[in-house]
Design a binder for this molecule. Structure first.
Ligand SMILES: [Zn+2]
Ligand SMILES: [Zn+2]
Length: 273
C-alpha cells in the first residue's frame, strides 16, 4: 500500500482514512496479512522497522538514541532498548517483549519517528553531555541539522548545557573525533580541530605542536590507508609536529592512557622550545 509506505509503514486509522483507505480495503489487507494491528487504532504494514513498530505499540514514536542510530548518526551508547516519545503525560500501552525507555515532553506524537532535532533533545536528557555532543556533531556533519534545528535544540537544552552548542563544529565525522576535543577542555590546553599542517588536514592539534588523530575503524583499516597515514606522519614530522594516533577502543575504554600520552608529548614539545 503506497500510502502506508509513505508514512513509514505505520499509521493511525484516522490518518489512513484521511488518505482514502476505506474500511473494506483495510479489512481486505488485514485478511491477507499485508497489514496488521499493533494496538487499537494503529496499524503497521510489512517492512516496518521493528523498533518503530514497538514504539507504536507502546503508544508513541521512536526517538532518542534509537532514532539517531536508525538515521545513521554516530552514537556513544548504542540503544539496547527502544526509546519512545509519548508526549506530555501520554498513555503507555502494554505489549509483548516491552523493555521500552519512555520520554515524556510536550507535543503529540504520531506513530513513526520523531525528527533528528527532537531525538537529540531527548538524547541530552537521557544520556548527558558527551553522548549528546557526539551525535549532534555527527548529525550536523551529515547535513541532517538546519540552522533552525540548531536554534530549536539550543532553546530546549538546559541553560547550563548550551555551551555545548558553541563548542560544536560541523567537521567532526564521528564521536571518535568529538570526544578527545571535548575531554581535553578541562586540562587547559589550546585545542583546535581540522588544522592544516603543511598540506595535510589533521583532526586535532594540541598546544600548537601535538597532532592527535582519532582513527575510526571504518576509515583507517587496510594496508593502503595505513600507508597513507604513515606518509602523512612523516610529512608532518618534517613540519615539526609530533603525531599521536588513537583508535576507538583506546578513546572509549582507556581515556586515562590517551590523555597521559598527550600530556607527555606536550611536555616534550614545551621542553624543546
Ligand atoms: Zn514498550
Ligand atoms: Zn532515551
Amino acid at each position: 500500500m503506497a500510502l502506508m509506505k509513505s508514512l513509514g509503514n505505520v499509521a493511525t486509522w484516522s490518518t489512513m482514512r484521511r488518505g482514502g483507505v476505506t474500511v473494506q480495503l483495510r479489512d481486505r489487507y488485514l485478511a491477507h496479512g499485508f497489514l496488521y494491528r499493533v494496538r487499537r487504532g494503529v496499524y503497521c504494514a510489512h517492512g516496518v522497522d521493528p523498533s518503530v513498530r514497538d514504539a507504536a505499540a507502546h503508544g508513541g514514536a521512536l526517538t532518542c538514541v534509537s532514532l539517531l542510530q536508525a538515521a545513521g548518526i554516530w552514537v556513544l551508547h548504542p540503544a539496547r532498548q527502544v526509546h519512545v516519545w509519548l508526549g506530555k503525560g501520554g498513555r503507555a500501552f502494554e505489549h509483548t517483549g516491552c523493555r521500552c525507555v519512555v520520554h515524556y515532553s510536550s507535543g503529540r506524537p504520531a506513530p513513526g519517528k520523531v525528527d533528528v532535532a527532537l531525538a537529540l533533545i531527548h538524547l541530552h536528557h537521557c544520556q548527558g553531555d558527551e553522548a549528546f555532543i557526539c551525535s549532534y556533531e555527527s548529525a550536523w556533519n551529515q547535513g541532517l541539522l538546519t540552522a533552525a534545528d540548531r536554534e530549536r535544540i539550543r532553546a530546549a537544552l538546559p541553560k547550563n548545557a548550551r555551551w555545548l552548542l558553541d563548542f560544536a563544529v560541523s567537521t567532526s565525522q564521528s564521536g571518535i573525533e568529538t570526544l578527545p576535543r571535548l575531554r581535553l577542555r578541562p586540562y587547559g590546553f589550546k585545542v583546535a580541530s581540522q588544522f592544516k599542517a603543511g598540506r595535510d588536514e589533521v583532526d586535532i592539534i594540541v598546544d600548537d605542536c601535538v597532532l592527535v588523530e582519532a582513527d575510526g575503524d571504518e576509515n583507517h583499516s587496510g594496508p593502503s590507508k595505513r600507508h597513507k597515514d604513515l606518509r602523512r606522519d612523516a610529512r608532518t614530522s618534517i613540519e615539526g609536529y609530533e603525531t599521536l594516533r588513537f583508535d576507538y577502543r583506546q578513546i572509549i575504554y582507556d581515556w586515562p592512557t590517551v590523555v597521559a600520552a598527550i600530556m607527555a608529548a606536550v611536555e616534550r614539545a614545551r621542553a624543546r622550545r
